[in-house]
Design a protein around this ligand. Structure first.
Ligand code: FAD
Length: 490
């Protein structure tokens, strides 16, 4: 690893990888991931990427309208237009880079339908689209001579310097060092791990959002969180994997603890209502039946079809001793996606000079108050490319300031006490889950603030556990403060 780079990109999900690929050979890029390169929300994506690629049966206006309707018209229209109109060429570009999208008999990309979309426009690779995308992009990045890519390297500090940033990096099994970069793109993903139950990868602890917040960047709508109605509900395990909407799309029934269908009692669209409506129906039914046991039943479909259409879900459930061709799948809602984040403009610029954000950690406004399925990978691609384009434009007139000599940090300190992360997760699950509990917010906020205060002032050793705990506490405080303000103004 060098000591100086033109661009530091934090994150090897769709946003970080695709952003890195935009820079020509004479721009040095450092791309890092705090865990294995493939551990990200991007690599977990199942359904696909939404894009208007069939201009006979679909058009931009329809995709824009579907996005606004799902987002409850709280979207930034200009950002939605950029997403929808520029997205198709980014999808074609990643196909060129080697993403193995499923093709139809004519050799064109298969396009499927998902809830909230008025046309078939989701391109996919079976039920593991995200892995197909990240695998291909990682391979493409590895071929770039100007990109240094490192796994298991944690960003533990991000500070402003004249003409750029100083970034503290801590390898999993090595010595910490401080590098400088003229520009930084945060592509560090979401915040799912602030909840007890989430579909998100273990990396989703809101680190990038916390670094941006500590630098004074504007953070927007962090309390706009999407919950998914059907994550696998393991009996004795906090880990949740997604049982995609497509399973209901293919006809699965949602059953309560008595084995009865109930979704149509809450909304006439039944199991196919939007995810927030179905999540709400489950929580209300849970209260009515005094049980958290819910199931998806797709056993009435042909077993060969199920195995072919949902190979990953079939295998993952089998690991939990559930054969989905014969057994009901236990499910329950959980945290899934963050609509808000580090506020950025149409070029992915944050309010801090030279700092950009793209993907799930950012708030472009494309999703409004509720994300339309399969729009997030598209957002990651479009806005990371735009960030890179803006940086390249700026570099034309930006004179390189000599980097300051950075001395290493002393990261030693006390051991983190047990239980802070568990407590933060409990607070968030308690008051800001599918059905909100406004009366619990003031007390939970005070508890989260106490934890954050201790983390900031307790003299703890700086390592991944500490950085993640601090991020989770910061995120909880920002979310609950925002909720409190909204509750007070109502
Ligand atoms: C189960 C599941 C299914 C989904 N299905 C779909 C779908 O079908 N279609 C769709 O459009 N969207 C889907 N989504 C959402 C979508 O996958 C994500 O929103 C998107 O991929 C986020 O990409 P990203 O690049 O912003 O972040 P991520 O892919 O999460 O990557 C974040 C990166 O940041 C790194 N990082 C974080 N903090 C640090 C740090 N301190 N130091 C160093 N590195 C750090 C991580 O190591 C990781 O490499 C799904 C999400 C989940 C969880």
């Amino acid at each position: 690893m060098n000591k100086e780079y033109d661009v530091l990109i934090v994150g090897t999900g769709a946003a970080g990888l695709y952003g890195a690929l935009q820079f020509p050979d004479d721009v040095s890029v450092l791309l890092i991931s705090k865990r294995e390169l493939s551990l990200s929300n991007s690599s977990l994506a199942q359904g696909g990427v939404a894009a208007v690629l069939d201009t006979i049966n679909d058009d931009y206006q329809l995709h824009i309208q579907d996005t606004l309707t799902a987002g409850k018209n709280k979207n930034n229209l200009a950002a939605v237009e950029v997403l929808v109109k520029e997205g198709p060429s980014d999808v074609l570009r990643i196909k060129e880079l080697g993403v193995d999208f499923d093709l139809d008999e004519k050799g064109e990309m298969q396009k499927t339908l998902e809830a909230g979309h008025s046309r078939h426009r989701i391109v996919h690779h079976k039920d593991s689209t995200g892995k197909a995308i990240t695998d291909a992009l990682i391979e493409a990045v590895r071929k770039r001579p100007n990109v240094d890519i490192y796994d298991n390297v944690l960003l533990y500090k991000l500070e402003k310097r004249a003409g750029g940033f100083a970034a503290g990096l801590l390898p999993e099994n090595g010595q910490a060092s401080v590098v400088t970069a003229r520009y930084c793109i945060l592509a560090s993903g979401g915040i799912g791990r602030v909840y007890q139950y989430t579909t998100n990868s273990a990396i989703a602890t809101g680190d990038g959002i916390t670094f941006a917040y500590m630098l004074g960047a504007a953070i927007r709508h962090l309390s706009w969180i999407q919950f998914h109605p059907t994550a696998f509900a393991a009996e004795n395990d906090r880990e949740r994997f997604l049982i995609s909407e497509a399973v209901r799309g293919e006809g699965a029934y949602l059953l309560n603890c008595e084995g009865k269908r109930f979704a149509h009692r809450y909304d006439e669209r039944g199991e196919l209502a939007p995810r927030d409506v179905v999540s709400n129906a489950i929580m209300l039914e849970s209260r009515a039946t005094n049980s958290e046991k819910f199931y998806l039943d797709i056993t009435h479909k042909d077993p060969a079809f199920i195995r072919e259409r949902f190979p990953m879900i079939y295998e993952k459930c089998l690991e939990e001793q559930i054969d989905i061709t014969k057994d009901w799948i236990p499910v329950f809602p959980c945290q899934h996606y963050l609509m808000g984040g580090i506020d950025v403009d149409l070029h992915a610029r944050t309010t801090i000079d030279r700092l950009y954000a793209a993907g799930e950690c950012s708030h472009t406004g494309v999703h409004g108050a509720n994300r339309l399925a399969s729009n997030s990978l598209l957002e990651a691609l479009v806005f990371s490319r735009r960030a890179a384009e803006d940086i390249l434009q700026r570099m034309k007139t930006d004179t390189r300031t000599p980097a300051s000599e950075e001395s290493p940090d002393d990261l030693s300190g006390k051991q983190l006490p047990h239980g802070y992360r568990t407590e933060i997760r409990r607070l968030m699950q308690d008051c800001h889950f599918v059905i909100k509990k406004p009366e619990a917010v003031p007390e939970n906020l005070a508890l989260a603030k106490n934890i954050l205060n201790d983390l900031l002032n307790g003299g703890y050793e700086i390592n991944r556990d500490y950085i993640e705990a601090r991020s989770l506490a910061t995120v909880a405080v920002i979310v609950l403060e925002e909720v409190l303000k909204e509750n007070d103004s109502e």
